[in-house]
Design a protein around this ligand. Structure first.
Ligand SMILES: C[S@@+](CC[C@H](N)C(=O)[O-])C[C@H]1O[C@@H](n2cnc3c(N)ncnc32)[C@H](O)[C@@H]1O
Ligand SMILES: O=[N+]([O-])c1ccc2c(c1)CN[C@@H](CO)C2
Length: 272
């Protein structure tokens, strides 16, 4: 059994060697999936879920860790106003490099995050012109971009976090996209839970009913197809209490051929 587990994880790691951050951003973070003029676009829905979850009064602390950041920053645009310290993490150096390009404001980014910063300012009741302040805030609070492997019982380097752990985790489209099967997905949930202090919050966004996605031209990556019940069961099994689950169903024109995702879930949970 141990060998089968390791083979599945190794096969996933091999797929990711061909992951293309620029293509991935193009596929998922430009219109129609990221259209801030459309009420039914996926990215504004995700940003609204995250804004509400970070700002309803129960989430607080010093340290927020984003698990499997990839080449994207949207997942911490609300959290950066709440936490003094934000850690971004990813398995691939190409993604960590993409994030560094933006954070060091040195150019070379494959996506302009301005519309995202402006949109989240609007959600916060601020002028959209405050986006430059939000960008500065994000650059100030993101203190590191670390390698991570959610299949390891210790996903981060031993000294990466304070002994108390993180106060909050956010993770988007990572666990189901890197796990060979549902059991591995659930184990990974438990592994990242060890990074979180007791009663700390987990904000989890993921794909429903997805069996593959393209991580670049011709880079077909298998995904664990999840339904809502499995998400709830896995959270409970790996030591979380579910606070809220929200589901978005993709309209036809959001299905653009880069994956077979049918829905997106947002779960707010607390570590037991
Ligand atoms: C579908 S992307 C999600 C990116 C981003 N969080 C988002 O919301 O679009 C999945 C990410 O998981 C990363 N990844 C692959 N294997 C991993 C592993 N074993 N542990 C943690 N992250 C991994 C990939 O490098 C990739 O950035
Ligand atoms: O519409 N979206 O905002 C969006 C963003 C990222 C991803 C998806 C959809 C679906 N596929 C996952 C990878 O399994 C990645």
């Amino acid at each position: 059994m141990e060998e089968k587990k390791e083979n599945g994880v190794a096969a996933m790691a091999a797929c990711y060697q061909r992951f293309d951050p620029a293509a991935y951003l193009q596929y998922n973070y430009t219109p129609p999936r990221a259209d801030f003029e459309r009420k039914d676009s996926i990215v504004p829905w995700k940003l609204a879920c995250l804004h509400r979850a970070f700002n309803e009064g129960d989430v607080s602390g010093e340290l927020l860790v984003d698990i499997g950041s990839g080449p994207t920053l949207y997942q911490v645009l609300s959290g950066c106003e709440i936490f003094d310290k934000v850690l971004l993490t990813d398995f691939l150096e190409v993604n960590r490099q993409e994030l560094r390009h933006w954070l060091q404001d040195e150019g070379g980014c494959n996506l302009d995050w301005t519309p995202y910063l402006q949109h989240v300012c609007k959600l916060e009741g601020r002028r959209t012109s405050d986006w430059t302040k939000k960008a500065a805030k994000l650059r100030q609070v993101v203190t590191d971009i670390l390698p991570i492997d959610v299949h390891r019982p210790q996903p981060l380097a031993r000294d990466a976090l304070p002994s108390a752990g993180a106060d909050c985790l956010v993770s988007c489209f990572c666990l189901e996209s890197v796990s060979p099967d549902l059991a591995a997905f659930t184990r990974a949930l438990g592994h990242i839970g060890r990074l979180l202090r007791p009663s700390g919050h987990l904000l989890l966004i993921g794909a429903l009913g997805e069996s593959y996605y393209f991580g670049g031209p011709g880079v077909k990556i298998p995904v664990v197809p999840l339904n809502e019940a499995q998400v709830c069961d896995s959270l409970k099994e790996s030591g979380y209490t579910l606070i809220r689950l929200e589901v978005y169903t993709l309209p036809q024109d959001m299905r653009v051929g880069v994956d077979d995702v049918t829905g997106v879930f947002f779960a707010k949970a607390r570590k037991d």
